[in-house]
Design a binder for this molecule. Sequence first.
Ligand code: DX5
Ligand code: ZN
Length: 221
Amino acid sequence: MNPPAVKIAPSLLSADFVNLARDVAAIEDAGADLLHVDVMDGHFVPNLTIGPPVVKALKRVARRPLDVHIMITNPLRDAQAYLDAGADILTCHVETEPDALAIIRASGARAGLAVSPDTPIEQVAPYLAQVDMVLVMSVHPGFGGQSFMPEVLPKIEELRRGGFERDIEIDGGIGPSTIAEAASAGANVFVAGSAIFGSDDWAETIATMRSIATKHLAATA
Ligand code: DX5
Ligand code: ZN
């Protein structure tokens, strides 16, 4: 198979919320391919972050696609608000209301389906034909800065083995020290919050991650 292109998606959850526009510009200049936006509703996950007004504000300054990850209980009710706000990729969780994929696709945005660490990958199977991307969570959703869970990697290997050739995003605990194994499993879109924003040189960290991922992903082809 031709592996899809490596993309690095810094998570704005680790940016400075007082200076979001400044950090968006800087992270784009540092080489970000996508801007990962973590929406949490305080219900599906025990944390509350941002909603449609902030996504809309980000859209005004973003030069890269907004990769919006909605960790919310009611995507059937709320997905449209994130689409209207300017999400280019919208990813809902299979543990919630995956039928929201139809709303996302109808809008013309790219549709993603996320799977939490404790959820078997078989649950995404019925939806694969409708998704542009599967997001495999490598931490329990809710907070940045957690440790990578390598035990989720067989899910990615299984998707690739089954012939899934679209994007597979991995999210949680990804950085220069964990990206090799994620890419070797077959992931090609890499979310990283603390590892990038917490580093001294964002451009260097992104470049390092990209080069490690490219090498290991090519080896899986
Ligand atoms: C966790 C979020 C992640 C998180 C990643 O629920 O979905 O996107 O911000 O943060 P790090 O890279 O610090 O694990
Ligand atoms: Zn995320």
